[in-house]
Design a protein around this ligand. Sequence first.
Ligand code: NIG
Ligand code: FE
Length: 426
Amino acid sequence: MQTLIKNIACLVNVREENKLLHGKELSVLPCIQNAYLIIENRKIAKYGQMCEILNQKSEIRNQKSEIIDAANAYVLPSWCDSHTHIVFAKSREEEFVDKIKGLSYADIAAKGGGILNSANKLNAMSENELYDLALKRLNEVIQLGTGAIEIKSGYGLSVEDELKMLRVIQRLKHTSSISVKSTFLGAHAYPLQYRKNHEAYIKLIIDEMLPNIAKENLADYIDVFCEEGFFSADEMKRICKAGIKYNLKPKLHVNQLNSIGGIEAAIKLNALSVDHLETLNDNEILKLSNSETITTLLPSAAYFLRMNYPPAKKLIENNCAVALASDYNPGSSPSGNMNNVVSMACIQMRMLPEEAINAATINGAYAMELQHDAGSISIGKKANLIFTKQIPSLAYLPYSFGNNLIDKVMINGEFLSQAPQPLKGV
Ligand code: NIG
Ligand code: FE
């Protein structure tokens, strides 16, 4: 069965060849105006200009085709969100209010807040309940245009609860209509009982968590929160090297609050991506510019925590491969809306609309090694598409921030019919 989508005002990010985009390449966003797209077996089969099919009536009309009139919508590849923590038990708006009142990160941690707060709540929740909540969040972001996603553990912080989180992610992989990648983040924070004995927790990660995760094949990547008061660069190296032995590539939280050697260590570890980078010096940018490691920026976390934004322009000027992701989590980015991420990247980090859209699609796909299935309009990739409402130009998407400009979302060649389910009690 073939589906023909006709009358597309602009088909966005059309690529014959897959390529991770570095530096200036990010500003080139290939589009076809007045286009058609053909889907076969849930995948993109053909595309071109409307005038081509108007002149070749036979090819389309002779086949059994469903015909969809896009009515001058812009059609984009779905967003590729390569950094999220959507498996969590409860929201943390009390900390949000405390921060408004002036409490610092340290004050909040001293009150039992932060990552350990999320861990306590997750420890008390069953796998089934966690799965139901995460599935609702996942369906919600799919309605917002996300078509591929990475999800981390890291709120378990014990063998049993890290495995519980990863099993939830595994179930989402099997049940969701979109591609899901799973990252083990046991090294997210030291649990209270290990505060004075870091070595014992690192041993727990290396000797107990990792072998069990490998046995059940529960993760694709390994992550560490490399930060003052969390994990040092040396600790990150040890943990990642242990993960690499089980074929888990590093995708790392570095340079969010402080620069403590995480970038250099991540590059030596051949990390797939370094994520956050709110605090980044010129020397580190130079090192990144000579590496293949993707720099994943999370502007909604910087916004929510009132931090400086990562130096996107400088990274692009230095030929880095910039990706954008949501960091959806209850502590620093309680939103997985990639449309807002793209807007924030343009408004606050001065990325061009073309750069931001490339960073949130093709480079995001590379940051999850899903580039063969997602991230662009290319023959053979999944027909995961965003259909916009009537918009005057592509730049209108990030310009008109906060407005919902998505008319319809297509996943695997089929339009989603259901409205997002409201989240209850989370
Ligand atoms: O990516 N920075 C570390 N981890 C998360 C936040 C975790 C939390 O506060 O729950 C992040 O921002
Ligand atoms: Fe994160």
